[in-house]
Design a protein around this ligand. Structure first.
Ligand SMILES: Cc1cc2nc3c(=O)[nH]c(=O)nc-3n(C[C@H](O)[C@H](O)[C@H](O)COP(=O)(O)OP(=O)(O)OC[C@H]3O[C@@H](n4cnc5c(N)ncnc54)[C@H](O)[C@@H]3O)c2cc1C
Length: 479
């Protein structure tokens, strides 16, 4: 992975820069000891590492603003960081950058049940947003599998999704407003506690902008009343393509389940060994969940199981109790951990039109032979968001490079069939150099012109999202 050479002038001024940061933050909020900064050297894309110049952990928007003012004046790059669970290397530092972590900013600032909103500091974890309102039977819908750890900050920056986003939408559909600090320290409010602010949809621009435009410190989120009930059905098939066709048919029928999750045999076997969820040993497994009153659930599941039967499932198991539902979800929720027990893995995140699922699964299976690496497929099939997990051995010379080449081919295939490079994990450094597969130079230029407006010196989250060759002229001009 190519990264720009660190700016030696910044490296040589480290002590001075850290001293200035210490003047605007409490002592425990500035970390510059090389042993301690190692904690920030990577995110969940652990194949790439680089300790930052320093890390700062502010507690308020005002402190974030003060940090950014210092870094702006010193021309020091800043990498915003939530919980560091990005699978795209989105929060990986460069050696001349300050990590700005919002982990200490985790307060609930306001809860308004009448208007169904909650305002939080963005370091709050995703799951604890629901935790803050569950006593009153409310919840926050976007549910990344990493929700126990990941922060709302990263969710907004990556426009994260999750298993239940088929029905409720992803982060952008549940975000009402943000407080954001610009690179020069100016604090701006975008959106608010109401639908659709006047003027341009800047909130739509901020959500998914991967820390390129500003540091989001507070967020107003939509909360929803919990559904009366939910029930999953587990379906096993002896063929990946047939399972893919079944997903396509369910969506085509107009039913909107809350989730349709897919796992293939390597994932099923791994999770069975890891979690013992009682899954059948078959080629492909679907978990389809619907919500509503008992009568609504019965009616939807009747139609869904009728569609499944036309595809000759080897197993069709409707949950009969809360325990059975938990068991059906147990394997899916353990899938990443289970695959990680077998070997190192790289988790991809392309999207495709649902109708292309059978074809894409077949091509991936053919490619495993070409590249000699195994793949487990586990993903949000309802909205065509694929997560092939490519297994490789980080200690075996050449395996990582082979894995990257394989991953690139899968993502190119997603674009080729009408999908895109990323569904929910973002571009980061992982897909940065593939952006030219999806966008021509003119498209990229327009995207970079947006960054020029928000961050004219190109100091925020360097070397991410835009191919280095495409952004080189701008980066040099900004120095
Ligand atoms: C096991 C596992 C399962 C996962 N499952 C899912 C899933 O189901 N769905 C999904 O969408 N993702 C998933 N992810 C990916 C990851 O959890 C999400 O991308 C998440 O939103 C990252 O949040 P974070 O707080 O950890 O962000 P970080 O990793 O810290 O940062 C991610 C990006 O956000 C930017 N950023 C961070 N804070 C700010 C801020 N305050 N202002 C502006 N930009 C900021 C960073 O610069 C970086 O570009 C998974 C990851 C793991 C490890």
């Amino acid at each position: 992975m190519d990264m720009p050479e660190p700016n030696s002038a910044i490296l040589s001024r480290k002590a001075e820069i850290v001293a200035r940061l210490r003047r605007v933050l409490p002592p425990s909020a500035v970390i510059d000891d090389p042993v301690e900064t190692r904690a920030y050297e990577c995110d969940a894309l652990t194949a790439y590492r680089c300790p930052p110049l320093a890390a700062v952990l502010p507690s308020t928007t005002e402190e974030v603003s003060a940090v950014l003012r210092v870094c702006h004046e010193e021309r020091v790059p800043v990498v915003p960081r939530g919980a560091g669970t990005s699978l795209a290397g989105g929060s990986m530092p460069t050696a001349d950058a300050v990590i700005l972590g919002v982990a200490r900013m985790n307060d609930v600032l306001e809860t308004d049940y009448d208007n169904r909103i909650i305002r939080v500091q963005t370091g709050r974890t995703n799951l604890s947003v629901s935790g803050a309102v569950e006593e009153n039977d409310f919840f926050y819908a976007p549910d990344p599998s990493s929700q126990l750890a990941c922060a709302i900050a990263g969710n907004i920056a990556m426009n994260s999704g999750g298993a239940h986003c088929l029905k409720y939408g992803v982060t952008t559909n549940n975000l009402m407003g943000v407080t954001m600090v610009m690179m020069d320290g100016e604090v701006v409010e975008i959106g608010g506690a109401h639908l659709d602010a006047g003027g341009l949809d800047l909130l739509g621009l901020i959500c998914g902008s991967e820390g390129q435009l500003g540091v989001v410190t507070e967020a107003t989120l939509r909360i929803l009343r919990k559904p009366e009930g939910a029930r999953p059905v587990l379906m096993g098939f002896d063929d990946n393509e047939v399972a893919g066709q079944c997903v396509s048919d369910i969506i085509k029928s107009g039913i909107l389940p809350v989730a349709i999750e897919f796992m293939d045999r390597p994932c099923i076997r791994a999770t069975e060994a890891f979690a013992g969820a009682g899954y059948p040993d078959c080629e492909a497994l679907l978990i389809v969940e619907v919500e509503g009153s008992d009568a609504e659930i019965d009616a939807q599941l009747q139609r869904i199981t009728a569609i499944a039967r036309t595809h000759n499932p080897v197993e069709l198991r409707e949950s009969g109790s809360a325990e059975e539902s938990a068991k059906i979800w147990l394997g899916r929720k353990s899938a990443f951990g289970a695959m990680g027990q077998i070997n190192d893995y790289m988790c991809l995140d392309g999207t495709i039109p649902v109708s292309q699922l059978p074809y894409v699964l077949r091509r991936i299976s053919e490619m495993t032979k070409e590249f000699g690496l195994d793949v487990g497929n586990v993903f949000h099939a309802g909205d065509g968001n694929m997560h092939p997990l490519i297994l490789f051995d980080a200690n075996k010379p050449g395996d990582l490079e082979k894995c990257e080449a394989f991953g690139a081919e899968i993502l190119k295939l997603c674009v080729e069939v009408g999908g895109c490079l990323t569904g929910e994990h973002g571009v980061g450094i992982e897909k940065r150099d593939l952006m030219t597969t999806q966008y021509d130079p003119g498209d990229l230029d327009i995207q970079m012109a947006v960054k020029d407006v928000f961050d004219p010196q190109w100091l925020l989250n360097p070397a991410k999202v835009f191919p280095l060759a495409s952004s080189e002229a701008r980066r040099i001009a900004a120095e």
